[in-house]
Design a protein around this ligand. Structure first.
Ligand code: KG4
Ligand code: ZN
Length: 363
């Protein structure tokens, strides 16, 4: 049953190292508006360790979340009583942080007698272009962040088919690990991109992982090892070596990404017909070279490329609130004992998550 009145939803995001709260309004015609969107990145807390430390992240969420929710509500000019629902990312992610955000949402839902929506973080990324540009289903999502690398057919709210995923490291994680082994600071993606500008992408013939494979999966850890071996062979590294290693690494990622997306879009077409767009999300979508590669892939597949603005591509509360509002409009609400999940596949097959908290530190 579709909602008859506009919805005002508070969204909470705590699955990794961003603490975020936002309020979004969804009209009955399906259009959306962000009333507030507060994000506090914990990058500074984790930088000395070269990656996200789950325990530090969970404690920081505890310290920050109350204040952020308060600010988000004030900026939206609302009291809790005016909310139509409260949404939290219930996974997948680092379980300590997920528990903090979900429990906070449950408390607000209980005290103010408002519906709870336990949102899958990946679903929130997937539905963001419907908030930013009212995109209709079906479309193809390429999600590449520090924790995920997936190609997903987005068919409807709650209707997703994963067409490809990484079999080892996430793409952002590979950038971070390469940066770390070359002595560049965390987060490594922007550093590697920057260094690559002055480098020779042809100096090192690194492998092009998975290119030509019939399924649309990614693999990045072998490529990272190839960079490590070359760096060890060359040590001590001159600045030009670092630039060339970054450029050659990025060139491999680009070739692999183009091929994997080409395959993913072909699988999409075979199974669901033409997608209305190729949508990119996640921190890696900030990379200009990746963006150009995506443009090339979309043009070849005769589809449009949509990349939400950077603040809505990376982790944020507005995407959680929006996914909550989309679900709420379809009466898809959750009980107050909805579980936090470290692992949670978008297309339904999910393993129990309570003990699956994987460290994100790149040792
Ligand atoms: O989506 P995001 O902000 O947070 C999560 O991982 O959930 O993504 C962060 C990841 C990091 O691994 C970071 O190194 C990568 O995205 N990243 C980039 C760039 N900017 C951020 N990777 C490659 N090139 C970039 N310019
Ligand atoms: Zn994310």
């Amino acid at each position: 049953m579709a909602a008859q009145t506009p919805a005002l939803v508070l969204g909470i995001e705590t699955t990794c190292d961003e603490t975020a709260a936002a309020v979004v309004e969804r009209q009955t015609d399906g259009s959306g508006r962000i009333l507030s969107n507060i994000v506090r990145s914990q990058t500074g807390e984790h930088a000395p360790f070269g990656g996200v430390v789950p325990e530090i992240a969970a404690r920081a969420h505890v310290d920050l979340l109350d204040g952020l929710v308060d600010t988000a509500m004030k900026e939206a000019g609302l009291s809790f009583k005016q909310l139509t629902g409260v949404a939290a990312a219930a996974g997948p992610g680092l379980i300590g942080g997920v528990i903090v955000g979900l429990t906070t949402a449950k408390a607000i839902a209980m005290v103010h007698d408002t519906p709870l929506i336990a949102v899958n973080h990946l679903e929130a990324h997937a539905l963001t272009p419907r908030l930013t540009c009212a995109l209709a289903f079906p479309y193809c999502l390429f999600l590449a962040s520090g924790g995920h690398t997936q190609i997903v057919a987005v068919l409807g709210v709650g209707k997703y088919v994963r067409l490809g995923t990484t079999v080892d490291d996430a793409m952002g994680e590979a950038f971070d690990k390469v940066a770390k082994l070359l002595g560049l600071p965390y987060p490594g993606g922007p550093q590697v991109e920057q260094a690559a500008v002055n480098g020779d992408p042809k100096r090192f013939a690194f492998p092009r992982p998975m290119v030509g494979r019939p399924e649309a999966n990614f693999s990045l850890s072998g490529l990272k090892t190839a960079v490590r071996n070359e760096a060890d062979r060359l040590a001590p590294l001159e600045p030009q070596d670092i630039a060339d290693l970054c450029a050659s690494f990025q060139a491999s990622v680009l070739e692999s990404t183009k091929d994997r997306l080409h395959t993913g879009l072909k699988l999409f077409q075979e199974q669901f017909g033409a997608p209305r767009a190729l949508v990119a999300a996640g921190g890696v979508a900030a990379n200009q070279a990746i963006r150009s590669a995506l443009q090339e892939v979309a043009a070849k597949a005769q589809t449009t490329l949509i990349i939400p603005p950077p603040a809505l591509c990376t982790d944020n509360g507005a995407m959680i609130a929006w996914a909550g509002a989309e679900r709420l409009a379809l009466d898809m609400i959750d009980p107050l004992d909805a579980p936090p999940r470290a692992r949670w596949r978008l297309d339904g097959e999910e393993s129990s998550a309570k003990s699956g908290d994987k460290s994100r530190v790149n040792f």
